[in-house]
Design a binder for this molecule. Structure first.
Ligand SMILES: C[S@@+](CC[C@H](N)C(=O)[O-])C[C@H]1O[C@@H](n2cnc3c(N)ncnc32)[C@H](O)[C@@H]1O
Length: 272
């Protein structure tokens, strides 16, 4: 694991796609089972798959509102962090079966797979390029980092962005807490990943115009990032509550109601 600190500097040397809204991409969001969805694509259709499947650790919601620890704020004071209650669902009981990973490798030329440390037996080949997301979680009992296996041949990379209850990183520096809670990303899903993480992934591992697949959309964070990066995103979500909440969030946060034109809605709501 890379021990050197990495600071998110989105206002300096990040690629233009990182900042500039672009409408050259497209979002194709589908309510349905990704296993069925992937069958409809030819070999190598996607330039990249960025996926966050169930890890099989029971995180499908239903957590109590309870203190999980403390983080140290910019002013040096300690702040209690609480978990949030989400409707209890059963999707996080097991990781996807081996057939899912075979199909993922068939339809995409490269893959980034979050949580693969929980199901390493499914990955088949060693990777020189794991991605480490440091959640800057010091002081809580939540995991400090999340890990993604990749099929890429580059080095291990680390992204720092605080993500601990209401304590979230600031856009200028992911290690520093956003002081204004009103600017925090709204959380609508029990395992939501930050939009900033997906922006970083797309800026570093995809190019505008690329076709990207997410088999497990969840809250839709990747779609918001993809919109601003000019990516053609295809994504699946099997749970109707999550899917409709994600669609509403994406429309709100991209101010692009036209993304859900009658044609797109038809595609999305009728599933496959
Ligand atoms: C780990 S969460 C994804 C979280 C997402 N990365 C985010 O930032 O919000 C996994 C999601 O996959 C969905 N899911 C589970 N099995 C699925 C399947 N076979 N096809 C599509 N979605 C599925 C679950 O309902 C859940 O919302």
């Amino acid at each position: 694991m890379d021990a050197a600190p990495f600071h998110l500097e989105i206002t300096t040397d990040a690629p233009a796609a990182f900042h500039a809204p672009s409408c050259s991409g497209s979002l194709d969001l589908r309510l349905g089972d990704c296993m069925e969805g992937m069958k409809t694509f030819p070999d190598g259709h996607f330039d990249l798959a960025i996926v966050d499947p169930p890890y099989g650790i029971g995180m499908g919601g239903g957590l109590d509102i309870a203190p999980v620890g403390n983080v140290i704020q910019k002013n040096g004071k300690s702040l209690a962090v609480k978990t949030v209650r989400y409707a209890k669902k059963q999707w996080d009981t097991t990781p996807p079966p081996p057939e899912y990973f075979a199909e993922l490798r068939r339809v995409s030329r490269n893959q980034i797979v979050w949580g693969a440390n929980h199901f390493i037996d499914r990955m088949q080949v060693a990777s020189p390029c794991w991605i480490v997301w440091d959640k800057v979680n010091v002081g809580t009992d939540q995991s400090d980092c999340e890990l993604a296996w990749t099929s890429l041949k580059t080095a291990v990379r680390k992204f720092d962005f605080m993500w601990s209850g209401m304590c979230q990183g600031s856009l200028a520096n992911g290690r520093v807490m956003e002081g204004n809670k009103a600017k925090n990303e709204k959380r609508i899903h029990p395992t939501q990943k930050p939009v900033q993480l997906y922006k970083w992934l797309l800026a570093n591992y995809a190019k505008p115009g690329h076709r990207v697949l997410d088999t497990h959309l969840g809250s839709g964070s990747i779609a918001i990032a993809a919109h601003y990066a000019g990516i053609h995103l295809t994504a699946y979500e099997i749970d109707a509550d999550y899917f409709h909440a994600a669609k509403a969030r994406i429309a709100r946060e991209t101010s692009q109601a036209e993304l859900f034109s009658p044609q797109n809605n038809k595609l999305a709501d009728t599933g496959l």
